[in-house]
Design a protein around this ligand. Sequence first.
Ligand code: OAD
Length: 218
Amino acid sequence: MKKLVVLSGAGMSAESGLKTFREMGGLWEEYDVMEVASPDGFARDPELVLRFYNERRKQLLIAKPNKGHLKLAELELFFNVEIVTQNVDNLHEKAGSSKILHLHGELMKSESTGDPNLIYDIEGWELNQGDKCEKGFQLRPHVVWFGEAVPAMDEAVEIVSTADLLLVIGTSLNVYPAAGLINYTPLNSPVFLIDPNEVSVSAFGKKIEVIDDIIRII
Ligand code: OAD
């Protein structure tokens, strides 16, 4: 089976009712990204940051995978599908996809502020001040913030560089290093893009085919 790599972003989950970041009415219009998604913001006002992610988690708990997530899971009948997602939601998992790499972390997990290797599942939607890891450190969302390294990046590069096809869905490709992944696609592997809006994308001169339905790549 050919290897189909999917790079997904917030637009993938838009039809499940989760807001994107940079569109009109998106999350970064409502919130200051450096206040709610940076280590400095968390140091300044942990309450605000925890509340921001609690709100995201509350919405995720009632969200369902949409047709796009479900079709990607179905594509496993035809391809060896590997999903590299910038999304912190768990809708690819809920749709039944089996190989998912979360580049920017996972909303339903917490991480120790004193030992990043200590990661826990969150039951329900709340993570609060006073919630601590087994070593007694405060827990934070297991999400990559601006200014932090992306630990899964090496694995993502390996996945993309062995793709027979790359499908990019619902990302403005504004955030690096994730946006640079496209450049690792092998020279002869086609790149497809699904997005209702124009996305400025260059993959070292590679032609990118804009399509309107996942099924068109079969
Ligand atoms: P953006 O909000 O930057 O981009 C969302 C993209 O989805 C846009 O190009 C939209 O046109 C497109 N879109 C909207 N509705 C869609 C639909 N129904 N189907 C397909 N596409 C649709 O989100 P990302 O590119 O994912 O990081 O943002 C990347 C990172 O920036 C996020 O992971 C997050 C954010 O700050 C962190 O929080 C670390």
